[in-house]
Write a protein that binds this ligand. Structure first.
Ligand code: FMN
Length: 171
């Protein structure tokens, strides 16, 4: 897909078919995630690829029983790894850059899913400690976003955006 077609096609998909994702598609998605820019190229994040149904159910429980998590064929858990960034950037790396790295990487995953013909949604509403327990993440990694992925079973409604002149200032 052409870049601006991907941007236009991307919508949050919250209903998925009961269909597995071929492993080569998952690999391409993960490679797209890995290509994301990061502060100082320190890649201060870690991704957990969750495909086991019982773990997906547990993640859905940690995410206030959101159906989009429960129905997903796979859930990527994006965790900030502050220590990786702190080594070079001290406090700013620990409190800001690792969060930005992780969020940008998750966004790349969300867009790549669209380009690969998959649906996904960024999910931020979850209990961090419960998610950490499910994926057995070390305390140094903070779960920031879930990305449930699967074959779409809906045509998501378009969501509005603020007008550019409200959103953008040219000082
Ligand atoms: C940081 C962040 C957290 C989000 N958390 C959730 C969530 O917990 N559950 C959910 O259904 N959607 C979640 N979303 C998706 C937004 O609701 C969605 O992007 C927004 O309504 C715009 O719709 P669109 O993505 O289809 O354009 C989140 C999006 C972002 C960027």
């Amino acid at each position: 897909m052409e870049f601006f077609d991907v941007i236009q096609a991307r919508k949050s998909v919250r209903r998925f078919k009961n269909q597995k994702i071929a492993s080569d598609l998952i690999t391409r998605l993960l490679e797209a995630v890995r290509s994301a820019p990061t502060a100082g190229n320190l890649q201060a994040y870690h991704v957990y690829l969750v495909e086991k149904p019982e773990m997906i159910r547990a993640l859905a429980g940690a995410a206030y029983d959101q159906e989009c998590v429960a129905q997903a064929a796979a859930v990527l858990v994006f965790c900030a790894d502050g220590e990786r960034s702190r080594i070079k950037y001290k406090e700013r790396g620990l409190t800001l850059y690792c969060l930005q790295d992780t969020t940008i990487a998750a966004t790349f995953g969300h867009l790549a899913a669209t380009a690969l013909g998959l649906g996904s949604v960024l999910v931020g509403a979850f209990k961090e400690n419960e998610v950490s327990l499910v994926i057995d993440a070390p305390p140094s990694q903070r779960p920031l976003l879930l990305l449930p992925v699967g074959y779409s079973d809906e045509i998501p409604a378009a969501t509005g955006r603020r007008a550019l002149d409200e959103l953008v200032t040219r000082p």
